[in-house]
Design a protein around this ligand. Sequence first.
Ligand code: CP
Length: 310
Amino acid sequence: ARHLLGIEPLHPVEITTLLDLADDYVGLNRAAVKHSDALAGLTQINMFFENSTRTQASFELAGKRLGADVMNMSMQASSIKKGETLIDTALTLNAMHPDLLVVRHPHSGAVDLLAQKVNCAVLNAGDGRHEHPTQALLDALTIRRAKGRLHRLTIAICGDIAHSRVARSNILLLGKMENRVRLVGPPTLIPAGAEDWGVEVYGDMAEGLKDCDVVMMLRLQKERMDGGFIPSEREYFHRFGLDAAKLAHAKDDAIVMHPGPMNRGVEIDGTIADDINRSVIQEQVEMGVAVRMAAMDLLALNLREARANG
Ligand code: CP
């Protein structure tokens, strides 16, 4: 493929190939000298039109560890503030001959649109409620390393599904790899018709978490609630926040995940988040760098091949 815009077009074999390469990069990231020349001579530009800690930092580190020239655009200080459109900004940067463009944007579909206008490889770092493919891939690598496989697992994705691109990409990926996916949350935060996505839907944590291998918690994404109903945090934590009593319904060896940023005491109890016997939240962050290295390495191979073939 030329771009990584979402999980939807990926074949399970492509997912496995990427995760295998990412596994190798975990070793490089843990080594004393963290350097490879896989992206040497290539230019990577990171354009984040929405806030980010994990994704932006890990894409930057990933590019640098692979030897790319990495530039982080400061979108707050860019000419977008003077009224320049996304497409004009993209065309301007395209004229500087980048090889890899990493883009996060608040509007669903904006990254796909931009990818149609440029000559380089585009990686979606999250677009609106649509997709966050590298998050789902890093979640998949974390699950595979913790459970020893990425199929025939029961995985509960809990909380604000309706506003979550992380949920959407994970539902697609985990479904393609033949897992049983459950969505657990209040009806107001689960999209109508979600049952048609090949998942089971639960409105109760005890039922939804019963015998799960993986419990994935999501943040209440108030910034995307557009003035709609926002639940009280106290009430929400009582019914849907992950604490020891609710986690007891999952399997004894179930792992706890959260993509971050995390709101302790709202969707997850801090004690559970910090419990190194159950929580793999820090491993998710570590796998984020390795997965982004693998994604950029594979896209750069395709880019070089396409250029060699004229
Ligand atoms: N999980 C995630 O995308 O985190 P950031 O918003 O900090 O990048």
